[in-house]
Ligand binder design. Structure first.
Ligand SMILES: *Cc1c(COP(=O)(O)O)cnc(C)c1O
Length: 963
């Protein structure tokens, strides 16, 4: 058999990745089809997707390409980016991610493939990381409570504005003050949000904040031009007038500056980017938001809190989930769902590794270099406008063209303001040589500059460039976690210890319905670490970012073809942001048609909570459309409501296949009914994993959809973010896509941006591009087919044990299925939570719980799970059902059995007492699979209620961890 008769083309094996991405091989697929009594995948798909919406033929995509070819192509493309020394600032700074963090967290699937910590017993590692992040933010800002990240600084500012609006009930004004020196991109996102919340923005000098009657105000600290002013009197005067005050602050600067919390601020927000996170042409980065104690119950985003487990031990979990869109829908505090968990963890670890002394040294060095820059320039007659500064100087009266050509010749980017001023920001990577070069560029002086001599002079005079009231006196990062892990050995072990507490895709399938936890291939992740992708400022000149533009144009074309839309906006950096951007596009389009009065959004009761939350943010009234007993949209109710609200209907938001896991046959009809009334159709594209290559929202009636690239297109979930939520639109909506003050895809229209950066979180776009390229049209279609096959296989295997709640007309489910736990609960009071916790003993993460139907579980296997893994999961579910039977038969008491006591920890097993009628072996080693490889939950079942009643969102004192 030494001779292989295949041709050279076939031997190239260019489509090998398809078989690596898709779990089941041909034989496994045959077995699965057999189980279903189905003759072929084609016939299964024919039964599942209505024939009138099926795509004819294959998508016109290039590929498939091998992993090697794809990386080479990406390298060639991204090498057209040019890494210049960045002094642009404006919220983005070059920084150094410590290598131990890069290798063990950023480049480690144990961290990046985890999901949002909904199951805290198997997520204590990242919960601790996020708690560190919150503690760091609280310490640096001087505030009482911080959340565990928002999407970017600009949207955090917008959240602060709406938080002021909600919380400041006394204020009658609908005006919000914005200091003139907030970052331009922040102001623009505020304009967008304010426009749809009936808020009027007042933009004026920070010093005049007390002159206006407003419900809230935003100040920037230091200002956009680098200036530092004492905020205390300004905050006092604003508060005296009944306004709440938010401050956007530079987190690294706060190591030297009096924190806004000590100056009376109600809210402090900003970006944690310069804590080791690459600029990445705009993101992803974690934004932070911290509030005073009285606002803690209305803070937007996720907050990690300290609670206790069943045995009274300290245990962490997400607190106050009841504020969130999942539960409160259009009344939620915000629409945020996916945030920036991985980036928050990375930034928190940066602080853990450096500690207070390290951060102080980094900030002091930046400040010293900035001081040396001014000292070196002064004798040459060049002086900045700002007397006080941390790291940024702004110069007036210099000749822009001369300076720019000198800077370009030295491969440096400076900030060129529209009004001719020139800005320079220094950062962690800046050296003395950089400062000497900058002195030469700004002054035209070209002899040697003796930085060491300058430094000695500065030390002798001991003059500070921070105003006295703004010089920080208080301590920060005093908690032991910020002191213990300064050696690389200790840090490595700390990161590993935390990682080991978390269940991720490196252990088992994570069958979370609606979340699409599929393979995040190593090849797809590789470009994130390339400097030509990572070290690019989002506002770098166009000729330095050719690679990114090529990539983005290509990805837009791929996604447009996959969805059937005319164009795609890459700006939204989460699905929920995409919803908001899409609804705003609809409203702006309707305004342009003289239909601006249309303000009703029809949303089925089964919709994801972000849908109504986003509609509320776009100033729409939500009218719920009922579902029938089969889980489908009640078409009669839709017709009734469409007729009733007729010319008030702005849009309908539909998810397809529905959140009930079914391809509804009437989808085209539903779209038609709304179009007939002059409304637009928003198709929530979170379920694209069932459709790619098979049908397209643009074909069956959608006007706009968001895609969750972090679901269908392989960006890892990172334990709750990052994400990307680009939106595809039909041509008539294209003029109303978001613009950006610094370029972007289209002409700038103020007040349309939804993100701080023009292309959202551009650094992670190569992941989706690589996936689509390696799969090609055939691979993408097969992925959808196998995802549907897997869900049907699970439904088939489980249905005799757990009823499958909804199926389509012809008896199949889409790419996920809902199993009903309510009959079990009625029979013996075991509920879906008990099953979820018991699954941990079997080494699994639970499916999605109680969404979209309370008392159920939604299972989504994805195409990436092998038949072996699907069977292992089904076997565990079936074994648990048999355990439940023993409770039903009263063999085990209802209050003492392996389910209600789950999960079982090592502590349970080694304790002297074992007050149970089942064995230790059954408790922790209930299957052969776990006997071979056991994943231990690190705490027992967590008490959510206790944690919410006694809200603690800071690192517990170390004593609490002791006996
Ligand atoms: C995940 C999801 C969303 C929200 O997306 P995020 O990226 O988390 O903001 C919206 N709709 C559905 C159906 C989803 O599954």
């Amino acid at each position: 058999m030494a001779f292989d008769a295949r041709s050279l083309t076939d031997l190239n094996h260019r489509d090998a990745f398809i078989g690596r991405h898709i779990g089941p091989d041909t034989r496994a697929i045959a077995t699965m089809l057999d189980t279903l009594g189905e003759s072929s995948i084609a016939s299964l798909i024919d039964r599942t997707i209505p024939s009138d919406i099926r795509l004819k033929g294959e998508l016109p995509l290039a590929g498939p390409r091998s992993e090697q070819e794809t990386l080479e192509q990406l390298r060639a493309m991204m090498s057209q980016n040019r890494v210049a020394r960045s002094h642009i600032g404006a919220g983005y700074y070059d920084t150094i991610m410590p290598a131990v963090i890069a290798r063990n967290v950023l480049e480690n699937p144990g961290w990046y493939t985890a999901y949002t910590p909904y199951q805290p017993e198997i997520a204590q590692g990242r919960l601790e990381g996020l708690l560190n992040f919150q503690q760091m933010v609280m310490d640096l800002t001087g505030m009482s409570v911080a959340n565990a990240s928002l999407l970017d600084e600009a949207t955090a500012a917008a959240e602060a504005m709406t938080l002021c609006r909600r919380a400041n009930r006394k204020a009658k004004s609908r005006r919000f003050f914005v200091a003139r020196d907030v970052f331009p991109q922040t102001l623009d996102v505020l304009r967008t949000r304010a426009g749809w919340q009936d808020i009027e923005l007042i933009v004026d000098d920070a010093e005049r904040v007390g002159d206006y009657q407003v419900f809230g105000a935003l100040l920037q600290y230091p200002g956009d031009d680098g200036r530092i002013i004492d905020l205390h009197p300004l905050i006092d005067s604003a508060r005296h007038n009944g306004a709440m005050v938010a401050v956007a602050a530079d987190l690294l600067g706060l190591t030297l500056l009096t924190p806004p919390g000590e100056m009376g601020a109600d809210i402090v927000l900003g970006s944690a980017q310069r804590f080791g996170i690459p600029m990445g042409f705009g993101g992803p980065h974690a934004a932070y938001l911290a509030v005073s104690n009285n606002l803690k119950r209305s803070i937007p985003g996720r907050v990690i809190g300290v609670s206790r487990d069943r045995h009274g031990e300290v245990a962490l979990r997400m607190a106050m989930q009841t504020r969130e869109q999942h539960i409160r829908r259009e009344k939620a505090t915000s629409n945020i769902c996916t945030a920036q968990a991985l980036l928050a963890n990375l930034a928190g670890f940066y602080a853990v590794y450096h500690g207070a002394e390290g951060l102080f040294t980094i900030a002091s060095r930046i400040h010293r270099l900035t001081t040396l820059l001014t000292e070196g320039l002064a004798p040459l007659g060049v002086r900045p406008d700002n007397e006080w500064f941390f790291d940024t100087l702004t110069f007036s009266g210099l000749d822009h063209n001369t300076i720019e050509s000198r800077a370009v010749a030295d491969n440096r980017n400076l900030r060129y303001h529209d009004d001719g001023r020139i800005g320079i920001s220094l950062d962690e990577t800046t050296t003395a040589e950089d400062v000497a070069a900058l002195i030469r560029i700004l002054s035209g002086h070209d002899s040697e500059i003796d930085i060491a001599a300058l430094d000695r002079r500065v030390i002798e005079t001991g003059e500070a460039h921070i105003p006295l009231p703004c010089q920080r006196q208080s301590n920060y990062l005093t908690h032991p976690v910020f002191q213990r892990y300064r050696s690389e050995t200790e840090m490595l072990r700390y990161l590993k210890r935390l990682e080991n507490r978390d269940l991720s895709l490196t252990h088992a399938m994570i069958p979370l319905g609606s979340c699409t936890m599929k393979l995040n291939a190593t090849t797809e992740m590789a470009p994130l670490s390339w400097p030509e992708c990572a070290r690019i400022h989002p506002f770098a000149p166009r000729d330095q970012v050719e690679g990114y533009h090529r990539l983005i144009e290509d990805l837009i074309a791929q996604l447009a073809s996959i969805t059937g839309y005319d164009t795609v906006s890459m700006q939204p950096n989460s699905g929920a942001q995409g919803e908001y951007a899409g609804l705003v596009a609809i409203r702006r389009y309707q305004q342009s048609q003289g239909e601006g009065h249309r303000d009703i959004c029809l949303i089925p009761g089964s919709a994801h909570g972000t849908n109504p939350a986003s509609a509320a943010m776009a100033q729409m009234k939500v009218v719920v459309v009922e579902c029938d007993i089969r889980g489908n949209i009640d078409m009669d109710d839709l017709r009734r409501k469409a007729a009733e609200y007729s010319d008030r209907i702005s849009a309908i938001m539909l998810t397809y296949p529905s959140t009930h896991g079914v391809f509804e046959a009437d989808i085209q009809e539903a779209c038609r009914i709304v179009h007939e009334q002059g409304g637009q159709v928003y198709i929530d594209g979170a379920n694209m994993n069932a459709q790619t290559g098979l049908c397209r929202p643009g074909d069956y009636g959608g006007d706009v959809s968001h895609l969750n690239l972090h679901k269908t297109f392989c960006i890892p979930h990172g334990g709750g973010g990052p994400g990307m939520g680009p939106i595809g639109v039909k041509a008539h909506l294209a003029p109303y896509l978001p613009g950006h003050v610094y370029g972007g895809q289209k002409q700038f229209t103020p007040g349309t941006a939804v993100s701080a950066a023009a292309y959202g979180s551009a650094l992670i776009l190569p992941i989706s591009w690589a996936y689509i390229t390696m799969m090609g049209a055939r691979g993408l279609r097969e992925a959808s087919e196998v995802a549907i096959l897997g869900a049907n296989y699970i439904a088939e295997r489980l249905q005799d044990y757990y009823p499958v709640l909804y199926r389509g007309d012809k008896g199949t489910v889409a790419h996920e299925c809902i199993i009903d736990i309510r009959p079990i609960k009625n029979a013996c009071s075991i509920d879906e939570e008990d099953i979820a916790k018991r699954l941990m003993d079997y080494g699994f993460h639970a499916p999605t719980m109680s969404f979209p139907v309370a008392g159920t579980m939604m299972v989504e296997p994805t195409e990436s799970e092998s038949l072996l893994e699907l069977d292992r999961f089904c076997d565990a579910m079936i074994a648990i059902r048999e355990e439940i039977r023993r409770i039903e038969n009263e063999e085990w008491p209802r209050d003492n059995n392996p389910l209600v006591n789950a999960p079982h920890t090592q502590r349970d097993l080694y304790s002297e007492e074992w007050p149970h009628t089942y064995s230790r072996e059954l408790a922790a080693f209930p299957s052969n699979a776990v006997k071979q490889a056991k994943f231990w939950p690190s705490v027992n079942r967590v008490d959510n209620v206790h944690g919410d009643r006694n809200l603690i969102c800071s690192c517990p004192s170390i004593d609490e961890y002791r006996d």
